[in-house]
Write a protein that binds this ligand. Structure first.
Ligand SMILES: [Zn+2]
Length: 131
């Protein structure tokens, strides 16, 4: 009964995507932060975010919502990749990570080998590093 009602309600509407999930997380964070002293105004911002999120989910302009989500993913992609890299670096105790001083590429060397000469696999520059 309830599922049927929901299905009818959402028929022809956009529904949820990565951006709507992200907005929901932002909403929850704003609500939590609005509990802090002098931060009560954040609950208004949270309301705006929630209304925007619901507007997107119930929107019938599916093409536009898809384009928004694609833009969001293009923006979020580098951030997600960076967070994943930080996570890997933190977990990997057998390697040392550093940036190539020439091109900025992340390089990985085994730990505990003393001073070694590293050649960047991206630009070919050679330099000494302590591993
Ligand atoms: Zn390089």
């Amino acid at each position: 009964m309830v599922m049927n009602f929901l299905r009818k309600l959402m028929y022809g509407r956009y529904g949820s995507d990565q951006l709507s999930l992200f907005l929901l997380v932002v909403y929850v964070l704003l609500i939590l932060l609005s509990g802090l002293p002098h931060m009560g105004w954040l609950s208004w911002l949270a309301l705006v975010v929630l209304v925007w999120d619901l507007f997107r989910m119930f929107s019938r302009r599916i093409d536009r919502r898809r384009a928004e989500n694609a833009r969001f993913l293009a923006l979020a992609g580098p951030v997600v990749r960076w967070l994943r890299l930080r996570h890997n670096i933190h977990r990997d105790k057998e390697h040392r990570y550093f940036k190539c001083p020439n091109c900025g590429q992340y390089l990985r060397v085994p730990r505990g080998k003393g001073k070694i000469t590293v050649t960047c696999r991206n630009c070919g520059a050679s330099f000494e590093e302590r591993s």
